[in-house]
Design a protein. Sequence first.
Length: 219
Amino acid sequence: MVVHVNAATSVDGKLASRRREQLAISGPADFARVERVRAANDAVMVGVGTVLADDPSLTVDDAELVAEREERGAPPQPTRVVADSTARTPPDARVLDGSAPTVVLVASSAPAERVAAIEDAGATVVSAGAERVDLPAAVDELAARGLVDVMVEGGGELIFSLFEASLVDELSVYVGSTLIGGRDAPTLADGEGFVADYPDLDLVGVERIDDGVLLRYDC
Ligand SMILES: NC(=O)C1=CN([C@@H]2O[C@H](COP(=O)(O)OP(=O)(O)OC[C@H]3O[C@@H](n4cnc5c(N)ncnc54)[C@H](OP(=O)(O)O)[C@@H]3O)[C@@H](O)[C@H]2O)C=CC1
Ligand SMILES: Nc1nc(O)c(N)c(N[C@@H]2O[C@H](COP(=O)(O)O)[C@@H](O)[C@H]2O)n1
C-alpha cells in the first residue's frame, strides 16, 4: 500500500483563502501533472471538508490517460474516496455523480438516513471507527478491496491526520508564487498540529513547474 499526498500551497503554506473557496494555485502544467498522478493510482481520496468546499469531481478527464489505464487492465477511473465520519457528503455532490466508483468512509455512529442517501446515490459506504473515521483501519479496508495505491488530494485536516497516523509514504507539494495569508486559512497540515516528534521528511525532488516549484518528499 502506498499513500501519496499531493497538494498545492501558496508561498505561505495555505491551501486556500480564509473563505475556503476553491482556488487555482497550480498552473496548467501542474494541473496536467496532477491528472497523471490521479491516473497512476487506484484511488483518489479527500476529506469531506474538501467535498463541501470545492465539490470536486476527482476524475481523470484526459482520454489518453484513461486509455492507458485500460491498457494495463485497470478500471477507466480511479475510485474516489471521501473520509466523512458523519455522512455529510451531499447526495448531489460531484463525487456521487456516477462517473467513477466512489467509496465513502464513515464512522459506525453516522446517521443511518444520511448513509442510506449516499448509498442510494450509488456510492459504497464503508464503516471504519466509532465516532471518527479510523484511518489505519480505513486504508487496510481499501487495500482489501484492491485499492493499494492511494493519492490524497487534501485538505489540511485529513493530511494532518494521515501524518499523525504515520500513513503517508510520499508527499508532493506544489508551491505557487502567490501569497494568501490569514490565520484562519487552511494550511497543508492543520488538525491539532505536532508539538514533538515532528515528521522528518526526506527531500527527493525539486522541479520548477509553471511559475512555482514542485517539492517531492519521501516520508
Ligand atoms: N490547494 C490544494 O491543493 C487543496 C485545497 N483544498 C482546500 O482545503 C480546504 C478544505 O480543507 P479542510 O477543511 O481541512 O478539509 P478536509 O478535506 O481535510 O476534510 C476534513 C474533514 O474530513 C473529515 N474526516 C474524517 N475522518 C477524518 C480523520 N480521521 N481525520 C481528519 N479528518 C477526517 C472530518 O469531518 P468529519 O469529522 O465530519 O468526518 C474533517 O472535518 C478547502 O478550502 C479546499 O479548497 C483542499 C484540497 C486540496
Ligand atoms: N493540485 C491542486 N492544485 C490546486 O491549485 C488546487 N486548487 C487543487 N485542489 C484539489 O483539486 C480538487 C479539484 O478537483 P477537480 O478538478 O474538480 O477534479 C480539489 O477538490 C482539491 O482537492 N489541487
